[in-house]
Design a binder for this molecule. Structure first.
Ligand SMILES: *[C@@H]1O[C@H](CO)[C@@H](O)[C@H](O)[C@H]1NC(C)=O
Ligand SMILES: *[C@@H]1O[C@H](CO)[C@@H](O)[C@H](O)[C@H]1NC(C)=O
Ligand SMILES: *[C@@H]1O[C@H](CO)[C@@H](O)[C@H](O)[C@H]1NC(C)=O
Ligand SMILES: *[C@@H]1O[C@H](CO)[C@@H](O)[C@H](O)[C@H]1NC(C)=O
Ligand SMILES: *[C@@H]1O[C@H](CO)[C@@H](O)[C@H](O)[C@H]1NC(C)=O
Ligand SMILES: *[C@@H]1O[C@H](CO)[C@@H](O)[C@H](O)[C@H]1NC(C)=O
Ligand SMILES: *[C@@H]1O[C@H](CO)[C@@H](O)[C@H](O)[C@H]1NC(C)=O
Ligand SMILES: *[C@@H]1O[C@H](CO)[C@@H](O)[C@H](O)[C@H]1NC(C)=O
Ligand SMILES: *[C@@H]1O[C@H](CO)[C@@H](O)[C@H](O)[C@H]1NC(C)=O
Length: 668
């Protein structure tokens, strides 16, 4: 026993020396745990600290690849005809083949590669998102930018005139960091940068940065619209007017550390060049952690909602499932909807790695004219001071209560008419889509009963009839969906002449095409509400206004209004439930069915593809729909909705203006 003592003692001493001498690698996630603001590099170090496990790679590639079988646009995206070929032509199947072989230093790098490959499709429905990485930290700089046009027609980039007001309100707990980060005579003078002309970004013409961003931002086919994503803009939200900072000032990943800007401040002849750091803020949907292990456990592992649920399974489980918001909700570009309502209504909305903004539009830019009492949520009605132009500001085609929303649209437009409105501006800036039947309804009530609105006020469409989709239909037809809960149930759809498919029909049996199924009609009419007998406004007296960022149900509305009814458009600046459908139809173990994600991921696809108006046999996606009017903004009206509407009403409805002036008495 005595012999043993010194032995143990020496071992203990030895161990102590070992541990203090080896300098264990600090856990990069523990360093930032609990902090709201961190440097992008600090967030990146934590997020990049997990190597890519082959089991994760194999699982994600397999789920994504098999889910792509349901995406209607794959072949079109590879073979898009000119002039669309410059903007799409992404071969996702080839991307996945490459990504399945490439070496990545971390799971984060692997995710960014998949995320960006899908973004290059430039289709807001088609994307792969992961709560472990996307908006886990949102990266900001307090300088949202705008694109303005001067009276001589020249265009330049400026720091938004409202930049400091927005930043100092939204980033109260970090504004001092940026004040102190400014060098020399600019230190503490962040406010003086508002409105400054931006001469260079990282030593280059600002448009180099605008165009680089357009290559990766995704979501919109048109290059010009993706350029606009760089800049700040406004949007009517469910509870108020909101401010989007734009991709220069806000990013979904902590990939940029700083930017060098060359600016000329307002009323100054001095040109300043300086670097300003970005900073990353813990995301609003991110789950707290204390170290790498809890970061993974809380943010990165599939939850019981990631992979859908068997709707005919345990009743309590189904209820809990249906009452909580679906995982996709955070990335859907629409305000939250009532789950019960949303489940029954077809929705067409885009997704993004950044959730919708909740930053308020600064007070002085908000409409200073009263909204009509018929306004509801994202739909606000205004009468301009000219007393003849009514405005419907429509920030989304989704709102919490579907019924209240549909009623509000009709009663608001009728109230505008009663108040004397002869013309209508519909402002759909940053409208990411929503309920398909609300888009059809709005079209019908504005235009009246015409060939273009009854019985179909949208577009005929088709869906992918792949092997798994057909097996799901077979399973439903042989009694697998007694309560008619599934989107593949034939009774949910109509044929090309708008008759519902009979209950037991194998509606996905292709007619004469191999990839896509039958031509489908619409499921919105008869509407839930009685439409008025006559149209409310003449097409020539209507303008549909946006910054180009009008997607999904919103583009369905504006394209049909414009092409079928001649309404002028002005540019100023599918919901997926596959997990659920496949789980319920009990095909989960079929070799072609996508297995469960092991990660906290989700994937969006285009499930129904709309046929065109000018050429009804090819997708509208590949037919031209350019705006009738490009309306430049100067710095007095940029991001100010009422100022934009008033200027448009004066300039674009000029004919009727002249008529009115002539009929007014002239006082000498
Ligand atoms: C994706 O699925 C197709 C079959 O649909 C298969 O040929 C291809 O190898 C798969 N790609 C990957 C990367 O697994
Ligand atoms: C990945 O790394 C392995 C081993 O280091 C190497 O053999 C392989 O060529 C690399 N693959 C690529 C695509 O770089
Ligand atoms: C710039 O100068 C004009 C004219 O003196 C003045 O009205 C304006 O407030 C100044 N703007 C700023 C940001 O200093
Ligand atoms: C997460 O951490 C923040 C700040 O430390 C705290 O305010 C919040 O309550 C925490 N949330 C949860 C769910 O624990
Ligand atoms: C899903 O997980 C949450 C949190 O872990 C739990 O509260 C809920 O009951 C679970 N739901 C189902 C349907 O298992
Ligand atoms: C609109 O609502 C306000 C406040 O609720 C009320 O005072 C006003 O009379 C209403 N106006 C109309 C035209 O109903
Ligand atoms: C619009 O109507 C209001 C209230 O009736 C009136 O005060 C105003 O003068 C009218 N404006 C014009 C341009 O006719
Ligand atoms: C939705 O709005 C309608 C019409 O205003 C109302 O009758 C209904 O109770 C509302 N539903 C919910 C869940 O609030
Ligand atoms: C749609 O179904 C109706 C009723 O079954 C049928 O009369 C009509 O021919 C069908 N239309 C098409 C285009 O198949």
């Amino acid at each position: 026993m005595l012999v043993g003592r010194p032995f143990w003692l020496s071992l203990v001493v030895c161990l102590v020396i070992e541990t203090s001498g080896a300098k264990p690698v600090p856990d990069p996630c523990a360093i930032i745990a609990g902090k709201t603001w961190v440097l992008p590099k600090e967030a990146r170090d934590c997020m990049s600290s997990f190597p890519l496990h082959e089991s994760i790679r194999t699982n994600i590639i397999e789920v994504v690849n098999k889910t792509l079988e349901f995406h209607t646009s794959v072949n079109y995206q590879i073979q898009a005809p000119p002039p669309f070929d410059a903007d799409v032509h992404e071969d996702l199947v080839a991307d996945l083949a490459r990504i399945s072989k490439e070496n990545y230093s971390s799971e984060f790098d692997f995710h960014i590669d998949i995320y960006r490959s899908f973004k290059r499709v430039n289709d807001g429905h088609c994307g792969v998102y992961n709560y472990c990485f996307d908006s886990l930290y949102v990266t900001y700089i307090p300088l949202p930018l705008v694109l303005v046009t001067t009276s001589d027609g020249s265009q330049h980039v400026r720091v938004a005139p409202e930049a400091f007001e927005v930043a100092s309100n939204e980033f109260k707990d970090n504004i001092e960091f940026w004040q102190q980060a400014l060098p020399g005579h600019l230190k503490g003078q962040l406010a003086s940068l508002s409105g400054a002309k931006v001469l260079r970004i990282n030593g280059m013409d600002p448009f180099v940065a605008v165009n680089e961003n357009a290559k990766t931002t995704g979501s919109y086919q048109a290059f010009g619209t993706r350029q606009n994503s760089f800049f700040s803009s406004y949007r009517r939200g469910a509870t108020g007017w909101q401010y989007s900072m734009g991709n220069f000032a806000l990013q979904a990943h902590p990939l940029v550390d700083d930017v060098e800007l060359t600016l000329q401040r307002v009323n100054s002849s001095v040109i300043d060049t300086f670097k300003l750091p970005y900073r990353s803020r813990f995301g609003s949907a991110s789950k707290n952690f204390t170290d790498a292990a809890s970061y993974r456990a809380n943010n990165c592992v599939a939850t019981n909602r990631t992979n859908g649920i068997d709707l005919y399974g345990d009743t309590a489980g189904v209820q809990t499932y249906q009452q909580s918001p679906p995982p996709i909700a955070y990335f859907q570009q629409q305000p939250s909807v009532d789950h019960e309502d949303a489940r029954k209504q077809p929705i067409n909305v885009i997704l993004d790695g950044l959730p919708l903004t909740d930053i308020d539009l600064p007070e002085q830019l908000q409409p200073n004219i009263p909204a009509l009492n018929q306004s509801y949520s994202v739909a606000q009605f205004y009468m301009l001071k000219d007393n003849v132009t009514g405005v419907l500001a429509l920030g989304s085609f989704s709102a919490k209560n579907f019924t209240a929303f549909g009623i509000s649209l009709l009663s608001g437009l009728q109230e505008l008419k009663t108040a004397g409105a002869e013309r209508l501006i519909v402002d759909v800036t940053n409208n990411g889509g929503g309920y398909i039947c609300i888009a059809h309804w709005l079209h019908r009530i504005i235009i009246g009963p015409k060939k273009s609105t009854e019985p179909q006020a949208g577009l005929d469409s088709t869906t992918r009839a792949g092997p798994v989709a057909r097996l799901i239909v077979e399973s439903i037809v042989s009694g697998g969906d007694p309560e008619e809960l599934l989107s593949y149930n034939p009774i949910q759809w109509t044929n090309a002449s708008h008759h519902p498919f009979p209950a037991a029909s194998e509606w996905l049996k292709p007619v004469d095409v191999t990839i896509n199924g039958r031509r489908l009609g619409q499921e919105c009419q008869p509407f839930k509400w009685d439409p008025p007998e006559d149209g409310l406004f003449e097409p020539r007296n209507i303008l549909i206004v946006s910054n180009g960022r009008c997607a999904s149900s919103c583009s369905l509305f504006s394209i049909t209004m414009s092409k079928s009814d001649g309404v002028r458009t002005v540019v100023v600046g599918g919901k997926t439930t596959f997990g659920k459908i496949i789980a319920t139809s009990r095909l989960k173990n079929h070799p072609l069915a996508p297995p469960d994600f092991l990660t906290n991921s989700l994937q969006g696809i285009t499930w129904r593809l709309g046929y065109g108006i000018d050429d009804p046999d090819t997708p509208e996606e590949w037919q031209s729909h350019t705006a009738d009017i490009n309306f430049p903004l100067n710095r007095d009206i940029v991001n100010n909705p009422v100022a934009i509407w008033e200027t448009l009403a004066r300039q674009e409805f000029r004919e009727s203006e002249i008529f009115r002036m002539q009929t007014e008495p002239i006082y000498i």
